[in-house]
Design a protein around this ligand. Sequence first.
Ligand SMILES: NC(=O)c1ccc[n+]([C@@H]2O[C@H](COP(=O)([O-])OP(=O)(O)OC[C@H]3O[C@@H](n4cnc5c(N)ncnc54)[C@H](O)[C@@H]3O)[C@@H](O)[C@H]2O)c1
Length: 363
Amino acid sequence: MENLVMFARAFQNKSVWLSGHTGFKGAWLAEWLLQLGANVHGFALPPNTSPALFDQLGLAGRLGHELNDIRDAAAVARSIHQAQPDFVFHLAAQPLVRESYATPVETYATNVMGTVHVLDALRALRKPCAAVCITTDKCYENVERKHAYCETDPLGGYDPYSSSKAAAEIAIAAYRQSFFKNRPIKIASARAGNVIGGGDWATDRIVPDCIRALQRGEPISVRNPHATRPWQHVLEPLSGYLWLAARLTSDLRPPTSDLCSAFNFGPTHESNRTVAGLVQELLKHWPGRWEDKSDPKAVHEAGLLQLSIEKARAMLGWTPVWKFPTAIEQTVRWYRQPSRELTIAQINQYTADARQLGLPWTA
Ligand SMILES: NC(=O)c1ccc[n+]([C@@H]2O[C@H](COP(=O)([O-])OP(=O)(O)OC[C@H]3O[C@@H](n4cnc5c(N)ncnc54)[C@H](O)[C@@H]3O)[C@@H](O)[C@H]2O)c1
């Protein structure tokens, strides 16, 4: 692997602009970046859950905390201009499929135009910058086939959320080709699937639903017990986002090089489990009961979608680290004892386990 920049040093004292830092993945990423010595500037709406991981980690006092709207182009431009970032991670989004049926216009405004606003602010930047825009595995046209989707497969999306992320991918590719060909601004996108991990308090997601029921001592209602999903711990895609960004800055080829493209960050086949299987594994660590509450009138939700991670494996040397039972065990451990210390300990444990596997980002 040429021009390797060590992951551990790539972010030290660097300016990082992070949208969506008040959300689940954004708060984990902010904490990891702070541990790596980055100067993080967050841009997001206030946390919309209570509790919220952002508050539980006490992040507000430890980074640049800007409450603002990604749909406001001028605000995004001003914020990125002021931060003069070396790195951008764009996570801010309306990320829920069911919510997107209720608020399609807002979903497109946030997910498509929000991304365009970030890209356009980068267009005005006059310094080198590596940007990773986060979309989703749902950006693929899901034809419910058996084999895994790779980055060259057609984009699509049945519902407003999925299609908004596909549209964001198209905008990212268009901006890259139209404006960044001869500029030191390198833009990649990252597609990952369902993540689990401590600190997710969103409604309509299976792990937080389980934890809320267990905390109340009630049986867990499972809407979709037979749906199979590729589960992964939140630290898996985040290691991919960070390593991809680090590699973008160390890659001296033009911004049109292969790294400036889309990457899947998914789990191995071993992590394909039904929702019922996930609930049963979780109950091993926090005893309780669950009930099948399948609703025949529920809105359409896509079936299994498996991501091929061959590109990330070949070009980045990235692979998943924690197997399914470890991901569940770490997740439940976090909810039983939520704390910043445990969050940092889990980041360190994940990194140590990746080092054991000899992954290049831990070198
Ligand atoms: N959680 C998952 O399983 C999953 C899976 C695939 C992709 N993703 C993607 O990862 C990213 C983060 O997801 P998450 O699970 O952390 O979601 P989340 O809901 O916990 O966080 C979303 C973040 O976006 C911010 N945001 C939303 N609307 C905004 C607006 N108009 N202006 C500014 N900020 C706004 C919120 O304030 C929050 O900080 C999203 O882009 C999502 O689509 C998540």
